[in-house]
Design a protein around this ligand. Structure first.
Ligand SMILES: [Zn+2]
Length: 289
């Protein structure tokens, strides 16, 4: 079953603020002016920030006031410059619930789809503790942000994790911030996107020069990590497609997928992020074709 907004709210109500890992967030410089912020809370996203001559650009801001505050604290260890731009990779609160803390006056950029979904979240009384800020600028296919002396390419890869993800590429640093299109050594939670196009989107990323890959969650990645995640989704997709064509039911497919090659991947039943859950989403997407 795809994760509806209400399902996300339930999940986040359970997990908000309770870090599943005990370590501190880590900050690593991954190119000229560019830093990866790896969250210590599995329920909150990673972030990426770029420090230019006159201001800062941040990709994703964490879950809420607490997580946004931790991110801002880490940014302030590096620079006192104003946060001028925030890019949100998608509408899930763990990626944008810190917007108001990290950049109360920043220009917020995302897809039109994400802005629409965020409007619904803002009007939901259960979401009051999240520091949302609606996007000031939306785009359809791509936009380039100039943060002197760097440029940042933001694009919509087609339906993937959600129906309106934004992927952020830093050409001077050869770094990509993927949002939840890539989780390092983990099954993803799949919203109402497209697994088939998601694989195409990962193939496209893998054609870019990549020194580092900042995943939506978990440790900083390489192109090899991204390729392995692509292989996981691709293997799963092919298996589910073949089983469905043989006439297997959804329950049979959930049971029969064989992903022993990826035994080290994290699985989170509470996020509907397991091999079987991922298989079920793909089965339903194929059924809807
Ligand atoms: Zn997500």
């Amino acid at each position: 079953m795809r994760l509806h907004i209400c399902r996300w709210i339930t999940i986040l109500a359970v997990f908000a603020g309770c870090g599943l890992a005990a370590a501190k967030p880590s900050v690593e410089q991954i190119g000229p002016g560019l830093y990866a912020y790896i969250s210590d809370n599995d329920a909150s996203s990673n972030s990426t920030f770029l420090v230019g001559h006159n201001g800062i650009l941040v990709v994703d801001t964490g879950l809420n006031f607490i997580e946004g505050g931790k991110l801002l604290g880490a940014i302030r260890q590096v620079s006192r410059l104003p946060v001028e731009f925030i890019i949100n990779t998608h509408y899930h609160p763990d990626h944008q619930g810190g917007n108001g803390v990290v950049g109360h006056a920043a220009v917020v950029i995302t897809t039109a789809f994400t802005r629409d979904r965020t409007l619904a979240l803002i009007h939901n009384p259960q979401m009051k503790s999240f520091q949302f800020r609606l996007a000031n600028v939306t785009f359809q296919d791509q936009v380039t942000v100039y943060l002197d002396p760097y440029s940042v390419d933001v694009y919509f890869p087609g339906k993937a994790h959600t129906s309106g993800d934004a992927v952020v590429y830093f050409p001077q640093q050869r770094v990509i911030a993927t949002g939840d299109l890539f989780l390092n050594r983990s099954c993803p939670a799949m919203d109402n996107g497209s697994a088939e196009n998601w694989i195409h989107a990962l193939n496209h990323m893998l054609q870019l020069p990549l020194e580092h890959v900042v995943p939506g969650h978990f440790e900083l990645g390489t192109a090899a990590d991204l390729r392995r995640f692509r292989d996981y989704l691709s293997d799963l997709f092919q298996q589910v497609k073949a089983m469905k064509e043989r006439g297997e039911t959804l329950d049979q497919v959930r049971h029969d997928v064989n992903l022993g090659k990826y035994a080290d991947f994290r699985q989170y039943p509470n996020y509907e992020a397991t091999f079987a859950d991922n298989a079920a989403v793909i089965y339903r997407q194929l059924q809807a074709h």
